[in-house]
Design a protein around this ligand. Sequence first.
Ligand code: AMP
Ligand code: ZN
Length: 114
Amino acid sequence: MADCLFCKIAAGEIPSNKLYEDDTLLAFYDIDPQAPVHFLIIPKQHIQSAAALTEDDAALLGHVFAVAAKLCRDLGVEEKGYRIVSNVGEDGGQSVKHLHFHVLAGRSLAWPPG
Ligand code: AMP
Ligand code: ZN
């Protein structure tokens, strides 16, 4: 989608600090990390947010969570734990309108979130 930051990152038109890539997904480190480990997983396909997901996206979502688990294992944060978050809309705090999953780890995370 034109003028979408994460579509441009997925297409390699804007550089990112890449962790993982395959045909459908890209994982890269967040530019403004909120924890010692903070990366994003995005589908390469433009989906506005989690609110736009349907039953047809079941395989894609399973893949997102499997990749998140593998990357957390590889980064050595599996045992201590981590958080996967997807912000939706204004009240959810979504600033980039392309579906993404934050993966945060490396410190004890507060709950409830602010
Ligand atoms: P959200 O506020 O949930 O929409 O999350 C968007 C995230 O994208 C924020 O945590 C930003 O720090 C991050 N972000 C914005 N631009 C970039 C970029 N060029 N590379 C990596 N992360 C980015
Ligand atoms: Zn996009």
